[in-house]
Design a protein around this ligand. Structure first.
Ligand SMILES: Cc1cc2nc3c(=O)[nH]c(=O)nc-3n(C[C@H](O)[C@H](O)[C@H](O)COP(=O)(O)OP(=O)(O)OC[C@H]3O[C@@H](n4cnc5c(N)ncnc54)[C@H](O)[C@@H]3O)c2cc1C
Length: 305
C-alpha cells in the first residue's frame, strides 16, 4: 500500500485515487498525472487534513480546475471536496444561503434565474465551484462574488476550523485577502440584494454575449492574464486590458508548441490537444515578455501555477 493510502486508510467518506490521469480534473486538460483525494464530509476533511499535517505531506486544493495549470507529475496530492447537496434546498427563495464549497456556480445561476435574485447575475457563465470562486473573487462585467459573501468557513493546514466574516478589505481584483497557504474553504454563506425581475434576462443575454466572444468549446483556463492598472501623467489610473494588448500586436491565433492564442479572445490560451504544464509556462512567458517589450506593461497571471 502506498504512503497516502496508509495514512488515510481508516477515514470514512474519502476516496483516494493514486496516479490518476489529471487531464480530466481541469478545463485546460493539460497532460498530467498525480494523486487525488476526494473528501465527502466535514468530519473526513478534518481527519484528512490533520493526518497529512502529522505526516508533513503538503497538498494542493482543487475546485473545478478552471483556473489551474496542473503539473505533469505532481509531488503533492490534490484535495477535492465533494460534499452532498440536496437540490431541494433550492426549491424556495431564502434570505441567505449556506452552501458547500463544492457546489458548481451553474446551480446558483439557475436558482438566481428562477427566483430573480439580484446580485447573483455575477456568476453568469463562470465554470467554477463556489469555493474556487470565493478564493479567486471571481467576477464578470456584471460584478464580483465578494460583496455577496456573508461568511466563509475554512480549515487551516493544521486542521483548525475558522469562520471569516468578510469586510470591504477581504476581496480585491481576482483574489481574496484572508485565506492563508493551505487553507481550504468548505462552506460559504451568500446573500443577495432582493428580487429583480430583470435578472433572468440579464443572465440570458450575458450568456449569449460570452458564447459569441469567448472560445467556450476549447480547452482553456479562461483569461490567462489579469488586466493591469497604469498611472497616467495626470495621476489617474488607466486599465490596460491584456486581451486588447495581445490583439494589437497581432498574436490572435498564434501557436507555440501545443498552445494557441484563441483567435476569438486574445487573453484565452487553448490547449490544442496534448499540451503540458511546461508548454503553457513557455507560452505565457513569451507573451508576457512581448507585452513588456512592446508596451512596457507587466501583466500578472490570473491562472494559478
Ligand atoms: C471558459 C472559462 C471562462 C472563465 N470565465 C471567468 C470569468 O468570467 N470570471 C472569472 O473570475 N473567472 C473566469 N474563469 C476562471 C475560473 O473559472 C475562476 O477563476 C474560478 O473562480 C475558478 O474556480 P475553480 O473551482 O475552478 O477553482 P480552481 O481552478 O480549481 O482553483 C483556483 C484557485 O482556487 C483555489 N481553490 C479552489 N477551491 C478552493 C477551496 N475550496 N478552498 C480554498 N482554495 C480553493 C485553488 O487552490 C487555486 O489556487 C473562467 C475559466 C474558464 C475555463
Amino acid at each position: 500500500m502506498n504512503d497516502l493510502s496508509l495514512v488515510l486508510k481508516s477515514i470514512d467518506n474519502v476516496e483516494i485515487l493514486l496516479d490518476e490521469d489529471l487531464s480530466k480534473y481541469s478545463t485546460l486538460k493539460l497532460i498530467a498525472q498525480g494523486d487525488v483525494i476526494i473528501i465527502k464530509s466535514k468530519d473526513a476533511l478534518e481527519k484528512v487534513v490533520k493526518a497529512l499535517f502529522c505526516e508533513k505531506i503538503d497538498y494542493r486544493v482543487l475546485g473545478f480546475g478552471s483556473n489551474q495549470m496542473l503539473q505533469e507529475f505532481s509531488d503533492a496530492p490534490y484535495l477535492k471536496l465533494q460534499f452532498p447537496f440536496e437540490q431541494e434546498y433550492f426549491s424556495t427563495m431564502r434570505e441567505e444561503y449556506t452552501l458547500p464549497a463544492s457546489i458548481h456556480l451553474s446551480k446558483l445561476s439557475s436558482h438566481a434565474s428562477k427566483f430573480c435574485l439580484k446580485g447573483w447575475e455575477v456568476f453568469t457563465g463562470i465554470p467554477a465551484t463556489l469555493g474556487g470562486a470565493v478564493f479567486m473573487n471571481a467576477g464578470t462585467g456584471l460584478g464580483e462574488i465578494g460583496p455577496l459573501v456573508k461568511s466563509v468557513k475554512l480549515i487551516s493546514k493544521e486542521g483548525i476550523f475558522k469562520t471569516i466574516s468578510p469586510d470591504e478589505r477581504s476581496f480585491s481584483y481576482r483574489k481574496n485577502n484572508f485565506a492563508e497557504e493551505g487553507d481550504l474553504i468548505y462552506e460559504v454563506t451568500l446573500v443577495h440584494f432582493g428580487k429583480d425581475d430583470q435578472v433572468a434576462m440579464t443572465i440570458k443575454n450575458y450568456l449569449r454575449k460570452r458564447n459569441e466572444t469567448q472560445p467556450l468549446k476549447s480547452q482553456t483556463c479562461g483569461c490567462v492574464f489579469k488586466n493591469s492598472n497604469r498611472e497616467l501623467p495626470d495621476g489617474k489610473l488607466a486599465t490596460c486590458r491584456a486581451g486588447e494588448f495581445i490583439d494589437i500586436i497581432g498574436l490572435k491565433g498564434f501557436c507555440l508548441d501545443e498552445v494557441r492564442i484563441s483567435p476569438l479572445h486574445a487573453n484565452f490560451m487553448e490547449n490544442r490537444g496534448s499540451a503540458n504544464y511546461s508548454n503553457m509556462v513557455r507560452a505565457i512567458d513569451s507573451i508576457r515578455e512581448e507585452l513588456s517589450l512592446q508596451f512596457g506593461v507587466d501583466f500578472d497571471t490570473e491562472v494559478k501555477f
